[in-house]
Each structure stands twice: as structure tokens, then as C-alpha cells.
Design a protein around this ligand. Structure first.
Ligand code: ADP
Length: 275
């Protein structure tokens, strides 16, 4: 469980980047953090794994206070983060050495280390790729190696800070599928920062930041139903929601509150079949 209790943070001492943020993320939840550029999303993610610590208030990860330096090591192995730029995260020239880097730092030795590397590569669809050169990988493959490196530390929480933002659509889809599988099949807690509303539609819960404040939280269906508030926070509702509202205004009755294109297509089909 991750808890933010009245957390405020500033980089320079004057302008507040996060203000009195209070939020709990339960074990096994898949939470998406949305917000316009500069709203504080990345700062929020760095506060989870103690890359930053709050000026006031507390952040705890599985009960460990990030303010206590004695906890930093345990927090970073509990909450693993994958960031935006694939090239910034690759540290070794061979895939297997890159994936081994994190667990080695935790003091894991062979044969356990080798087992973890192989298992982690398999989880991201790169089984048997250990001997490949990291420089020869695509951006999407590099992000998958970065995810494998985090998984090899056996974390219970995964943080994705716009991890698919620099990828092509195929790479983005691959990464998203892996994230969903880790959550659904392995019950991992996921905190995903994204600019993509369509990605956020697939999570359990959304938290919206606006200028360092938590302004909305709820299920994707609830949050995406509050189109005006989203707009005020500098965000657009997903395409399917915009289309849904346009169709309703044009007089088409649509059952439920579709938020994905698949759900919208079904609702349109149903509406046409009923008339
Ligand atoms: P987001 O991820 O939503 O784009 P960030 O958390 O990156 O937002 O940034 C929030 C605010 O903090 C922005 O105004 C940004 O310019 C500022 N900021 C981010 N990182 C730093 C830093 N290292 N030093 C000073 N200001 C920063």
C-alpha cells in the first residue's frame, strides 16, 4: 500500500509543485495518474520510491516512511520504476547483464540471479534474448528490458512514468499489454503516469492532478464522465467519450457509459438493433 498524507513538495523553495496531496493506493490496484504537462505527475512518481522526499507530510510504501533514509533501499526494491527514455535506463551492453544489474545490487548471487534474469526476460516476451546487444534493440524492446530489470528485483509495486511515451504504436501496445498482464495475472500494484486517455481507460482507478493538487479520483467511468472538470484540468476525455456525447446530442440513445472504442461500438450496435 502506498499512502500520501498531506504531501507538499517544492524544488526551489518557492513555487509549490505538489500541495497537500492525500491519496492511498491499495495493494494490487492499477492506478493511472493523469494531468497536464507540469501538473506534478513525475514528481509524484519520484516521491513514491524515495527519489524525492516530501517537504511536509509523509509518503509511506508498505508502511515504510520514505523520509527515513534507512528505508530507502527497501523502498526502491519494493517499488520499481520505469521511466520515459529507454536509452537513459540501459546500463549494460548485453541484455542479461542489464537485467542482472538491479538484483546484483541487492546482493543476489548465482544461481538465483541467473534464474531471475531468465524469468524476468520471459515475463516481458524476451526469453532467450539475454545474449543480445542492448544497442541493437528497438525502443520498445529496450523498455521491455528495463521492465525485466525491475521485475528481477521482485518488487510488489511497479511505477511507469510515461514509459510508453517515446515508443511507436506497436511498442506502446506491447508495453501496455505487459503492464496489464503483470497486474491481472500476478496481482502487482501498478502506478502508471500517462498522457494517453485510452491507456487510462483500462486501469482500476484514475487520479487527476492539476497544478500540484489532486482534483479528481475515481474509476475511469466516473472520471471520464466529468468532462467539464477534466477540461478545467487541461485534459480531454478519451475519443470514445467525446464521440458518445456527440452521438447522444445528435439524438442516438446509447446504453451505459462507454469509455473505450470497443464499448462504444457495442453500444451503437445495440442502439441500432433496438430501433
Ligand atoms: P509533469 O510530470 O506533470 O509534467 P513534473 O512533476 O515533471 O510534472 O513537474 C512539475 C513542476 O515542477 C513543473 O513546473 C516543472 O517545471 C517543475 N520541475 C520538475 N522537475 C524540476 C527540477 N528538477 N527542478 C526544478 N523544477 C522542476
Amino acid at each position: 500500500m502506498i499512502t500520501f498524507s498531506d504531501v507538499s513538495f517544492t524544488y526551489t523553495g518557492d513555487t509549490s509543485v505538489l500541495s497537500e496531496l492525500a491519496l492511498s493506493i491499495d495493494e494490487g490496484q492499477f492506478v493511472c495518474v493523469l494531468g497536464a504537462n507540469g501538473s506534478g505527475k513525475s514528481t509524484f512518481s519520484k516521491l513514491i520510491n524515495a527519489l524525492l522526499v516530501p517537504d511536509t507530510g509523509t509518503v509511506t510504501v508498505n508502511g515504510m516512511d520514505t523520509n527515513n533514509p534507512d528505508n530507502t533501499f527497501a523502498i526502491r526494491s519494493t517499488a520499481g520504476a520505469v521511466f520515459q527514455n529507454p536509452d537513459d535506463q540501459i546500463v549494460a551492453s548485453l541484455v542479461e547483464n542489464d537485467v542482472a544489474f538491479g538484483p546484483e545490487n541487492l546482493g543476489i548471487e548465482n544461481p538465483e540471479l541467473r534464474k531471475r534474469v531468465e524469468e524476468s526476460l520471459a515475463k516481458v516476451g524476451l526469453a532467450g534474448s539475454g545474449k543480445r546487444e542492448t544497442t541493437a534493440l528497438s525502443g520498445g524492446q529496450k523498455q521491455r528490458v528495463a521492465i525485466a530489470g525491475v521485475l528481477a528485483m521482485h518488487p510488489s509495486i511497479l511505477i511507469f512514468d510515461e514509459a510508453s511515451a517515446m515508443l511507436d504504436p506497436r511498442g506502446r501496445q506491447d508495453v501496455l499489454n505487459i503492464v496489464e498482464r503483470l497486474h491481472h495475472e500476478r496481482g502487482m500494484t501498478v502506478v502508471m503516469i500517462t498522457q494517453h486517455m485510452e491507456e487510462a481507460a483500462r486501469c482500476d482507478r484514475i487520479a487527476v492532478l492539476d497544478d500540484g493538487r489532486l482534483v479528481m479520483t475515481g474509476s475511469p467511468r466516473e472520471v471520464f464522465g466529468r468532462v467539464e472538470e477534466l477540461r478545467a484540468a487541461g485534459l480531454d476525455a478519451p475519443e470514445a467519450v467525446q464521440m458518445r456525447e456527440t452521438l447522444r446530442q445528435a439524438g442516438m440513445p446509447l446504453a451505459g457509459d462507454p469509455i473505450t472504442l470497443e464499448e462504444l461500438a457495442q453500444a451503437i450496435w445495440q442502439s441500432l438493433s433496438n430501433n
